[in-house]
Ligand binder design. Structure first.
Ligand SMILES: Nc1nc2c(ncn2[C@@H]2O[C@H](COP(=O)(O)OP(=O)(O)OP(=O)(O)O)[C@@H](O)[C@H]2O)c(=O)[nH]1
Ligand SMILES: [Mg+2]
Length: 241
């Protein structure tokens, strides 16, 4: 990431990272049915000082009105792409830790503190909320589940990791680490590109278990075949660069 903002170095107290402020970045494209509750839950449960930044791709439902009512920072990013939206949000983030999460109500937001605490305790640079724990439980579409398994297997093999859910979009990231990598992917492969760069830099990537819920409102923006090819390209490019 190339940010103009200067991240403060993370403080370490008794050898453990300490969080001064968390920037929660939420990309949205027509998520009016769930964005309000997503924001409310964050406000209710998050134990650290925070800012919430919603990056909206010019939604045609009333996503933006809901965000404005919640008094969150709203950035309109008309350029398409999940990666574009997250990069824009991260460039505006002021926290020493960034949490990214979808606005579609599929992730268990209540686990946000668990991610942050684990990342600090283990001095990790990134903590994923892993949904692929145990046997397939139907909460995720079966094609997405199998695709995720295949990508995760390949990622672990190529980059010597032991992750369960590389496609999780719920993650806590130390901002100084984020600023050391240059991420270019504009769409869903952004999440994998981040892990590839972090693994190559030797940054510690950990996971905590979390649950997943099926989408209850609106449409998925995931184009499986396009995303699959892009993720595969990112995995291969990482070993060549
Ligand atoms: N601003 C912006 N947000 C986007 C764009 N594409 C997706 N998003 C948001 O990014 C998040 C992830 O997209 P989803 O459509 O949920 O993709 P997914 O999680 O793979 O698919 P589901 O299984 O349906 O949840 C959601 O909050 C979307 O609203 C985009 O082009 N611009
Ligand atoms: Mg989603």
């Amino acid at each position: 990431m190339n940010s103009n903002l200067h991240a403060r170095p993370l403080l370490r107290v008794n050898g453990m990272s300490r969080i001064d402020m968390v920037s929660v970045v939420i990309p949205t494209l027509n998520e009016a049915g769930t964005i309000g509750q997503t924001i409310k839950t964050i406000k209710k449960v998050l134990k650290y000082p925070y800012e919430i930044i919603v990056v909206d791709g010019n939604s045609t439902d009333n996503t933006r009105e809901i965000v404005e009512k919640e008094n969150c920072r709203l950035i309109v990013e008309p350029r398409r792409g999940y990666g574009v939206a997250l990069k824009t949000g991260m460039e505006h983030a002021k926290g020493d830790v960034v949490v990214m999460v979808d606005g579609d109500g599929t992730y268990e937001i209540k686990d946000i503190n668990k991610l942050l605490e684990a990342m600090c305790q283990e001095n990790a640079e990134l903590c994923l909320g892993a949904r692929m724990n145990g046997l397939y439980d139907k909460s995720m579409d079966i094609t997405n589940y199998l695709g995720n398994k295949a990508i995760t297997f390949m990622f672990n093999l190529l980059y010597r990791q032991k992750l369960a859910d590389t496609q999780s979009g719920f993650r806590a990231i130390m901002r100084p680490a984020l600023e050391k990598v240059k991420l270019k992917e504009e769409d869903m492969a952004f999440a994998t590109e981040m892990l590839v760069h972090f693994a190559k830099k030797g940054f510690k990537i950990i996971e905590v278990p979390t649950s997943y819920k099926p989408r209850v409102y609106g449409k998925s923006k995931l184009k499986r075949i396009k995303a699959g090819f892009e993720i595969f390209r990112v995995l291969i490019r990482g070993i060549k660069d």
